[in-house]
Design a protein. Structure first.
Length: 173
């Protein structure tokens, strides 16, 4: 089968939907593998737990009515803040590293997908989505149709949550 015929098949439903779903799953798995390689998951969980504990302490201090108890809590917060601030910075770095690593390949992938799927409906929905305007700015598609970006976003977010839970990559919040 020549390349042009293969690309034509990929542009027509249901093959376009299956291809984008498979691509989305592949990208999610690659992202998770990169995340697992680049980020110390135990350290991430530990830091997140400590930051969550600190945030709960701050919330408790804001809600406290007794001035003496509030003053004690605020002193505790100031002491812990010196430890938590660098921890938050490190958390941000750990969470951003995989994103920075995968940014260029994702731009290339979406550039190629744009040439293949621009203005081609991938899925016809049984109902319009609440934020449909985000997916259809200047598009000729109806509010009942999703293009490649909308389909990818919805499918990828859903698949990501499921894969993270299945593979134990999602830190408990």
């Amino acid at each position: 089968m020549p390349l042009s015929d293969f690309l034509l098949v990929l542009r027509t439903p249901p093959y376009s939907t299956v291809f984008l779903a498979a691509l989305s799953l592949a990208i999610n798995v690659i992202t998770m593998l990169v995340n697992r390689k680049l980020v110390d998951q135990e350290k991430l969980r530990e830091y997140m737990a400590k930051v969550r504990e600190f945030d709960q302490l701050r919330l408790q201090a804001m809600r406290e009515r007794d001035p003496k108890v509030k003053k004690k809590l605020e002193a505790q917060i100031r002491r812990k803040e010196r430890v938590i601030a660098p921890m938050k910075s490190e958390l941000l770095k750990m969470q951003f590293m995989p994103t920075a690593f995968l940014m260029v390949p994702m731009i290339v992938i979406f550039y190629l997908l744009r040439g293949l799927y621009l203005e081609i409906p991938i899925v016809v929905l049984p109902f319009p989505l609440p934020l449909q305007g985000l997916f259809h700015r200047g598009s000729v598609m109806s509010q009942w149709e999703l293009g490649y970006i909308g389909f990818y976003m919805i499918f990828s977010l859903t698949a990501s949550v499921i894969l993270n839970k299945l593979l134990g990559m999602q830190p408990e919040v």
